[in-house]
Design a protein around this ligand. Structure first.
Ligand code: SAM
Length: 175
């Protein structure tokens, strides 16, 4: 069931109005569906304590941020240091999850959630390609993040443009 809420928001920054529904936005009560099981592998330390001061997207010349990995995952870093850029996936834990359309400027013009990189999404996963400065034990120092201090860490991968598959080539399928 879709519900339209026509009240215009008086503040264009979602960070200050996390519970506000803006003009022409559609909010739903998401239907129950099978749930995936996710586990956080650590957390992210950044200089940003409020959403309003977080960058919208990270910058490779931005401040150093720290990925603090749970100790049990440290062996999983083997081989990662050779990559200058890595992909980080994180859980935008303060996001609402029920907007189908969103009005980023709170001006009545909406876009579909899947046409945006907004933190507000059914599964609030954020991704960034970050510059890997160094690894020290369970701590990775990176530049290029855009998340709040304390954001849970979901996964780390080599940047796909730098990555060469380590597995044997797959046999091509016959036509
Ligand atoms: N780079 C990621 C992406 O494209 O998937 C995230 C982009 S999202 C636009 C970044 C914004 O999410 C920040 O500016 C901040 O307003 C918000 N944000 C950051 N950390 C968050 C958190 N832990 N929970 C909810 N919102 C967060």
């Amino acid at each position: 069931m879709h519900t339209n809420h026509p009240e215009p928001a008086d503040n264009a920054d979602r960070s200050d109005t996390a519970d506000t529904v803006r003009e022409n936005e559609i909010v739903i009560a998401p239907e129950q569906s099978p749930e995936a099981w996710l586990s956080f592998i650590g957390l992210i330390n950044t200089p940003w304590l409020e959403r309003s001061t977080c960058p919208r997207q990270g910058d490779h010349t931005g401040p150093i941020c720290e990925l603090v990995l749970d100790q049990q995952w440290v062996p999983a870093l083997d081989g990662l240091a050779e990559y200058e850029f890595i992909e980080v996936l994180y859980w935008l834990h303060h996001s609402r999850r029920d907007l189908v359309t969103q009005s980023p400027r709170a001006d009545g013009r909406t876009f579909g959630t899947f046409a945006l990189r907004s933190p507000v999404r059914p599964n609030p996963i954020g991704t960034s390609i970050v510059k890997l400065e160094r690894i020290d034990g369970n701590r990775l120092y990176v530049r290029g993040l855009d998340c709040l201090n304390g954001t849970p860490l979901l996964d780390i991968k080599p940047d796909r443009s730098l990555f060469t598959p380590k597995a044997a080539p797959k046999t091509p399928r016959p036509d």
